[in-house]
Ligand binder design. Structure first.
Ligand SMILES: Nc1ncnc2c1ncn2[C@@H]1O[C@H](COP(=O)(O)OP(=O)(O)O)[C@@H](O)[C@H]1O
Ligand SMILES: [Mg+2]
Length: 379
């Protein structure tokens, strides 16, 4: 298919308030959203149910009008334009295929409107063939939707959106109705097609693995507000808050005291240990509560260290948390060891378990940090 020039999508101070009905209070679904999706970029809106993802997407599509703020597609202000006057196409969670039409007819249906309304039959047939080839469904042209698997139906829905060659593709939880294996295949497929077309895309999901694996950048939302925008690596390794840290992956938090900045890094105390931490959120304040965040793969188990003197000798300043092994979960490429500590249950990931020492249930252990990987966040 011909590739159009990619465009950006920009939201400036976009809010949406749903006015109260039947005496219920107003709902601020989206509050002062600011972001730009660059041309050809796939950006995901990620957050818990009800945080305003769908409302944001519907405002970009034109199905909802913002209460305030501006939306631009490319340089055009589309804030008040109806959906059919915007160069967008939306794929929903429910496929919405017509059961009485064939796959080909369902895909062609997208062309019945707007700028494509007057295409000759032969041009339509050609476009349908190209689009079905793009989503890998060439052989299923004459089938009825009822004869397709869930994944195939979602591909038809995707083809129907793509056939109009929109500048912006919007997807709202398109894979939620599929089983786990199919979801994994389809998200790779969607990413492949999006890259090949170079189309700008906004993808909504509450599934962090989906967001991480699909996106150029991820926007984490909570209660209608953007919490952080960054690449999958940034939001995983350098989250700015405990909310973001726990939403995008497994994590443990250890409260620290005596927070103090010195020469571009923070000093703090965890239990009896003094630590110096080089990765940190920008909103820390000396003397205020803070936590160390540690991903399971940046923790390591060692035999419990009994005496403080011995700790000093072992690795000065690296910091230890004592605990008891509660459970080992074997995952092939790794083992997850759950350790009970005074800070709650801590998950330690042991990679390449064949060559590593595993501690049995009930073992007394100390947890050691990889000091290069831990990060300080506001408490
Ligand atoms: N048409 C509507 N009328 C009133 N409230 C709405 C409407 N649509 C969404 N909301 C509310 O706005 C908030 C955000 O909803 P939504 O954008 O659908 O969240 P998400 O897609 O992240 O689950 C929720 O509190 C929801 O109940
Ligand atoms: Mg939603």
């Amino acid at each position: 298919m011909p590739t159009k020039k990619s465009v950006s999508v920009t939201l400036e101070g976009v809010s949406k308030v749903f006015k109260n009905t039947k005496g219920r209070p107003d709902v601020v679904a989206v509050h002062a959203s600011d972001f730009t999706v660059n041309p050809g970029e796939l950006v995901t809106l990620l957050g818990p149910s009800g945080c305003g993802k769908t409302t944001t997407l519907r405002m970009i599509a034109g199905f909802e009008l913002p209460s305030s703020g501006k939306i631009r597609i490319g340089t055009e202000d589309v804030t008040m334009l109806p959906p059919n006057a915007r160069d967008t196409a939306t794929v929903f969670q429910s496929y919405g295929l017509f059961p009485h039409l064939t796959v080909g007819e369902n895909v062609a249906y997208g062309l019945n409107y707007g700028k494509n309304g007057k295409l000759p039959k032969i041009a339509i047939a050609q476009k349908v063939r190209e689009t079905l080839a793009l989503v890998g469904l060439s052989e299923l042209h004459d089938r009825a939707p009822g004869q397709l698997s869930g994944g195939q139906q979602q591909r038809v829905a995707l083809a129907r959106s793509l056939i109009v060659e929109p500048s912006v593709l919007l997807l709202d939880e398109p894979l939620s109705n599929l089983d786990a294996l199919l979801r994994e295949q389809m998200r790779i497929e969607i990413r492949r097609i999006q890259k090949r077309l170079g189309i700008t895309a906004v993808y909504v999901t509450h599934d962090r693995v989906e967001a991480m694996s699909l996106s150029d950048r991820v926007i984490i939302m909570r209660n209608g507000e953007i919490q952080q925008i960054g690449s999958p690596q940034t939001i995983y390794e350098d989250p700015d808050s405990q909310f973001v840290a726990s939403f995008v992956g497994k994590v443990a938090f250890f409260p620290v005291e005596g927070l103090e900045k010195q020469d571009g890094a923070w000093n703090c105390r965890l239990g009896a240990r003094n630590l110096r931490v080089h990765r940190f959120a920008s909103d820390l304040e000396a003397g205020k509560p803070a936590v160390i965040m540690a991903r399971p793969e940046s923790l390591r188990l060692i035999e419990k260290i009994e005496k403080v003197e011995k700790k000093e000798k072992a690795e000065p300043g690296s910091g230890y948390v004592d605990g008891t092994v509660h459970m080992n979960v074997y995952l092939g490429h790794s083992v997850e060891t759950f350790v009970e500590t005074v800070y709650g249950e801590v998950l330690v990931q042991i990679d390449d378990p064949v060559s590593k020492r595993l501690f049995p249930e009930g073992a007394a252990v100390s947890i050691d940090f990889n000091l290069d990987r831990i990060r300080l966040l506001r408490g």
